[in-house]
Design a binder for this molecule. Structure first.
Ligand SMILES: [Fe+2]
Length: 536
């Protein structure tokens, strides 16, 4: 039985459209629209291109789909709109069921985790009239709602307000996280959001909501509370801005640990926890949850924000059809491009290239020589993080590598850190991961002091790294690359950042990769079996 899980951005206030296909409970394809239309987060766009890509990957026609599942259960006339959309664009429309947005997040996390039972938490700005859900889930009895986090008590909205006050836009929350490492926790946010005996209480008089994509969501009262020190976009960052980010992040750390404690008390499953929703991208707060040891194991899917909703919907559809949702065995569920396609693209672009039988070895040698490379292999990874198939790679031992990458390659803010990929077997030596595997790069941890100088460019100013642990099973080609690098240098760590430039989605096609290669300071590009050089 085939299910199409879908997230359509029918309104300009919806983002990250895409879809996932499950066949007999197994997710076989998951594609994000932004990659195909080259528009980051694809606000207000329909998933036309990504649906076609997923059908191709699943080797099915649209009329073979048995069921379509979407979030948006509280939206007006959504079923009619979806029917019209599918009939007009794909020629037919099977049965549609709608589920709650927060249930979609929880399903994405729980069913992809492979856990038999877990406490589940979703937190975001809001979706379907709520800003989060606490639930307990088991494979036997499904997902049981414990309670919602109300829309007017949204931690996601709080963090977005902070992001906008610092001159960034919705979706730039990760920049605040990066900046938070530079300041002092000396500003009081307790009037805006107060930690209470439950978890927190958000004061909505500081929030005016999203009225337009241009207007800010914080109120005049919020602006006055922080003495109009709002940073204008492109304005130089000062001490106040740094302290503002640090203090807000400290609030996020406290708030999230508190709600995890609260959820554990309410749930009968005390050992494992699954976390999703946009707030789960706050890997600094996730570190606090991990280090609190509240749960033995914490699982966050590779796509916890709205871009993961189609996967949760596909799982819920499989359940509806009496099938067992299968654990996510790989995050590499996007499109792939054969060597024949790549070679044709290289010839059409008059590129200078040669073929290799061992791209991992070539890449490791180049990295060890200080070269920065674009790395494009196999099926693309789902979610916002590069997991070794669409990555820009560099040597973390070079102290100025962070500066070079920010200035010449990614063209982004100088304070932004770079993440390391480390061989799973060596991860504990370099990072305090407390025995956890972090294959989806969704948790920041402390770098081990003894080795942090050795990998200086992959350690943030506060001594932390958003680590990515790599096993042979997870990604053999990428694992081999790091293994070769270790053989040459003695260091089992490389810098891994997403293959894109500032403000762009991750590259999708070989042509996107070439455009990024020629439009940046990248030294080499390894596309499948081909090494691409710059002509000079
Ligand atoms: Fe959401």
């Amino acid at each position: 039985m085939i299910v199409l899980g879908v997230h359509c951005a029918f309104s300009i206030f919806n983002h990250e459209p895409g879809e996932a296909i499950s066949i007999n409970g197994k997710i076989v394809a998951c594609c994000e629209e932004e990659r195909y239309i080259r528009n980051k987060e694809a606000w207000g766009k329909l998933p036309n291109s990504s649906i076609r890509a997923a059908l191709k990957l699943a080797k099915i026609n649209f009329d073979q789909i048995n069921l379509i599942v979407s979030t948006g259960i509280t939206a007006k006339n959504l079923t009619e709109t979806l029917k019209k959309y599918f009939n007009e664009n794909f020629g037919c429309c099977p049965k549609i069921i709608l589920v709650h947005h927060q249930l979609g997040h929880v399903a994405t996390a729980f069913y992809s985790s492979g856990f038999t039972e877990a406490t589940c938490i979703s937190l975001d700005g809001f979706g379907d009239g709520q800003s989060g859900l606490i639930a307990e889930a088991s494979l036997k009895n499904g997902i049981k709602k414990i309670e919602y986090v109300q829309k007017d008590n949204s931690f996601g909205n709080f963090y977005t307000m902070v992001t906008e006050f610092l001159g960034y836009t919705t979706g730039d929350e990760y920049k605040v996280m990066g900046l938070a490492a530079y300041g002092k926790n000396n500003l009081d946010f307790s009037k805006v959001i107060k930690i209470n005996s439950k978890y927190w209480k958000f004061n909505n008089s500081y929030y005016k909501g999203r009225k337009s994509t241009y207007l800010d969501t914080y109120s005049e009262k919020f602006r006055k509370e922080f003495k109009n020190y709002r940073r204008k976009p492109n304005e130089k960052i000062n001490y106040f801005h740094k302290n503002f980010a640090t203090s807000a992040q400290a609030m996020a750390n406290r708030g999230l640990v508190k709600i995890f404690k609260y959820a554990k008390n309410l749930s009968k499953f005390k050992g494992k926890v699954c976390f999703a929703g946009g707030v789960a991208l706050n890997c600094t707060a996730v570190k606090e949850i991990l280090y609190s040891k509240l749960f033995d194991e914490i699982y966050i899917p590779p796509n916890p924000s709205d871009r993961g909703l189609p996967m949760g919907c596909a799982y819920l559809g499989a359940l509806h059809l009496k099938q067992v949702p299968k654990k996510l065995t790989s995050p590499f569920l996007g499109s792939k491009y054969s060597d024949i396609t790549i070679k044709k693209e290289l010839q059409n672009n008059n590129s200078k290239f040669y073929k290799t039988g061992n791209p991992s070895k070539i890449a490791a040698n180049l990295l060890a020589k200080g070269k920065i490379i674009g790395w494009f292999q196999g099926r693309s990874e789902i979610g916002a993080r590069a997991l070794g198939n669409r990555s820009i790679l560099a040597d973390p031992r070079k102290k100025n590598m962070k500066k070079i990458l920010n200035a010449k390659i990614k063209y982004r803010e100088e304070f932004r850190p770079f993440a390391p990929s480390v061989l799973e077997d060596d991860a504990e030596i370099y990072f305090k991961i407390l025995g956890q595997k972090i294959p989806f790069m969704n948790c920041t941890v402390d770098a081990q002091l003894r080795y942090s100088n050795q990998i200086a460019s992959a350690v943030h100013i506060d001594g932390t790294s958003r680590v990515h642990t790599v096993s042979k099973k997870f990604n053999p080609k990428f694992y081999r690359l790091i293994k070769y690098f270790k053989k040459i240098t003695g260091v089992p760590v490389i810098i891994n950042t997403s293959f894109n430039l500032k403000g762009q989605p991750i590259v999708e096609t070989p042509r996107d990769a070439l455009m990024t290669f020629y439009g940046s300071g990248l030294d080499f590009l390894i596309l499948g079996s081909f090494v691409v050089l710059k002509k000079n």
